[in-house]
Every structure is written in C-alpha cells, then in structure tokens.
Design a protein around this ligand. Structure first.
Ligand code: FES
Length: 409
C-alpha cells in the first residue's frame, strides 16, 4: 500500500449571512454534517454565507487508483484523493492533467470511472474500498449536466439581430458549470448547478430536436454556464444534432466565453456542424477581465488571450460559413467607456461587419452594481459605431438599440 502526502482538508460552515435560501441544495452533498469539502456550495452561495474551514483527519480509508492501493483521509472528494496520490488537475486543458474547470459537478470534464461508473471527481465522495480508473478515453459517450430546454424569443450573442421580435426564434439549452467566477454572473443558477440528471450527447440532441419540432424553429442553441468545457461532449452533441436535423435550414449555434477555444477546437466544432457562434469578450485590459470574471491574474491572462485569439481565428477562417456574433459587457463599475472604444477598434480591425452585441450588466448573483441606464447604453452604441463597426446592437432597459441606432422592443 502506498503512502500519501499530508494535505490540508476543509469543511464548509455557514455564517451569519445565510438566509436559508437553500440554493446550496443544488449540490450532491446530503448535508453539511457529511461535508466532503468540495467547495461547491462555497462557490455557489449568492449570499457568501459559506466559509471553508480547515479540519483534522478523522480516519484513513483504502482506495484503489488505476490498480494501485492507497490510504487516504476519509470525507474527501475523489479529486482531492487523486491529488493526494499524485495526479494533477488543471483549469486550462493540458496534456497529462485532468481538466477540472467548474468544480461544482456541472461540466463532468473531470469525470473518472468510480466503481465502474463515470462520475465527476470534483464532487464525488470517496468511500472505503472504492476503485477509481482515471483513463476514461474509451468511454464512448461522455456525460454532463445540461438543462433548461426551452423556446427563446431573443436568442444569444450569436443570433442574427434581424431575427429578434418574431416569436420563438431559437430552441435553447444551457450547460451547467463554468470556469469563470463572475460576481455578477447573469445565469448563476445554471452556472452553479451540480445536481441534475447528467445527459449523454445523444439524449440531449434528441431532447433538442423534439423541442425544435414542438416550437417550429430552425435554430438550436447551446449556452450556459460554459458549454465548451467538456469538449468531447459538445462535439458529439453537435454531430448527433446534425444527424437528427439533416435539413438545410437547421442551424447549430454555440454561445461561449471562448476561454478554452483553441484553433483546433474551433476546427472540430465547424467540422461537427456548428453554423453560428457567439463569443463573449470580457475586456481588453487584464484588470478589467479579472474584475468581470473574478479570476486570479495568471488564469485570467490565459483565458483572455485565448478568447481574443479564438475570435480572430474564427473570423479569419470561417466568416463565410459560420455566423459570428461578439458579446461585450458594459457597466461603468466594471469597464470604462475608453476600454469599450478600444475593444470596438480592435474588433473593427478584424472585421467591421461582424455583429457586436453589448450586454448591459445588471446586479445579479453577488454583485450590487446598478444596471446601466438607457442613456448610458446609447452612449456605448455611439462610441462603438464611431469605431467603424457597422452592426452594433445594445441591450437596454427598454429593449435593444439596433444597428441603425433606433430602439426596438
Ligand atoms: S470540474 Fe468537475 S464537474 Fe466540472
């Protein structure tokens, strides 16, 4: 039996901020008493009412990892156990490391085989005698949490603006889990959802196809959370969707923060059938990107560079076959008008015709920012229009400002 290194262990505790909203019940742990220190509720609590406190090891148990036996502390996650015995995890996909970007059980990128079944290592508790296999490449069908299959009247960043306002324009679903920690996350109940039925790409594609038929649309979108985190899942999902929707009218739309979208990943998405993409850029300056995403500087730098590269790559290589939309955040507490202008200039240099949607960031999740006024958003529209961009749309409290500068409801 192998010895393992000593590590710090944690347990979650509620503090006085708790309002008993019970959002933390969105995770797999049955109760705080049985806490395995995964930290999902700490990341997810909108009231910041959870603190992670160090704890003592109570007892050790035996587990088998890739055929070798180890003794590890009880009441920890499979991921923690793997780290203790020497496996490495990463927040950006790296060869030889297990990718664990969301850490709330949403994306299943960190999945390993646990007693013969695929499970997300970041939130799965270990137990005495457990058998873990980390080589899961042979699993034909990955899984992840996806929910909210529904018809949409507005669409996302990658939805052509001229379609808005005609009833349902898209069938959409939302992938749980995200690699960003935006304090003002606009879709936090999806981002921090770790307790739902995981779906294979085939089942999700069937659900989406049924929804498309039921509401009579051609566009099928996936957003999040961050839908690109589980690459194998997303590629298979689009392939399956294309098989089930072979007609020329069908459109397959991916809305993403593009933070892990390398050129080869984009090639794979286009080959799978992706026809539309919405890419959010969260800033041009590192400090802005960090403020908006809540990430430390090293990780923020990698993600920000990747998303800008992804935008350039897709515009340089696929603008004739893929509809591209770019999302920009605006709220004066998060980004200056000067930086918005610089972002506009940079995008205009790449392609002045590309659709640019400005999203007016409102108070959500943990953030108490004020939603921008209509006048502020009109100012943003003018600033971006002046950079030479021809298709600027701004979301406002009263509807959206279209490329002609006029308000539509
Ligand atoms: S990192 Fe474990 S499910 Fe996303």
């Amino acid at each position: 039996m192998k010895h393992v290194k000593q590590v710090k262990l944690y347990v979650a505790n509620r503090n006085e901020n708790c309002t008993e909203c019970n959002f933390c019940k969105n995770f797999v742990c049955p109760s705080l008493e049985e806490c395995i220190g995964c930290g999902a509720c700490y990341l997810a609590c909108p009231n910041e009412a959870v603190e992670m406190k160090e704890r003592e090891v109570e007892r050790h148990i035996r587990i088998k990892v890739d055929g070798e036996t180890f003794s590890v502390p009880d009441k920890i996650t499979v991921k923690k156990a793997l780290e203790i015995v020497g496996y490495e995890f990463s927040k950006f996909p790296e060869r030889g490391k297990i990718f664990a970007p969301c850490e709330v059980g949403g994306c299943w990128s960190c999945a390993v085989e646990v007693d013969g079944e695929l499970k997300p290592s970041c939130v799965t508790p270990i137990r005495d005698g457990m058998r873990i296999e980390t080589h899961v490449e042979s699993y034909k069908e990955p899984k992840r949490l996806v929910h909210g299959f529904s018809g949409h009247t507005v669409g996302g960043v990658g939805t052509p603006w001229w379609l808005k306002g005609y009833g349902y324009i898209e069938a959409a679903c939302f992938a749980c889990g995200c690699n960003f920690r935006c304090p003002q996350c606009q879709n936090w109940t999806t981002t921090y959802c770790g307790k739902d039925l995981p779906l294979t790409p085939g089942i999700a594609a069937e659900l989406m196809t049924k929804l498309r038929r039921a509401i009579g649309v051609d566009r099928m979108a996936i957003s999040g959370g961050e839908c690109t985190l589980n690459r194998k899942w997303l590629i298979q999902y689009i392939q399956e969707l294309k098989k089930l929707n072979p007609d020329k009218e069908a459109r397959f739309h991916v809305d993403t923060n593009a933070s892990i979208l390398t050129g080869d990943y984009i090639d794979e998405l286009v080959n799978a059938g992706m026809t539309d993409i919405g890419i959010d850029v969260k800033g041009l300056k590192l400090e802005t990107f960090q403020r908006i995403t809540g990430l430390d500087s090293k990780l923020a730098e990698i993600y920000m560079k990747t998303e800008w590269n992804a935008l350039k790559y897709v515009l340089d290589n696929y603008s004739s076959e893929v509809f591209v939309g770019v999302g920009i955040p605006y709220n004066r507490d998060l980004i200056s008008m000067g930086e918005v202008r610089e972002i506009g200039e940079r995008i205009a240099e790449m392609d002045d015709e590309v659709q640019v949607c400005v999203l007016d960031y409102r108070p959500e999740f943990r953030s108490r920012i004020k939603r921008p006024t209509f006048q502020e958003m009109f100012e943003v529209w003018k600033v971006l229009h002046e950079t030479g961009l021809k298709t600027v749309i701004c979301q406002t409290v009263h509807g959206y400002i279209g490329p002609d500068g006029k308000l539509s409801l």
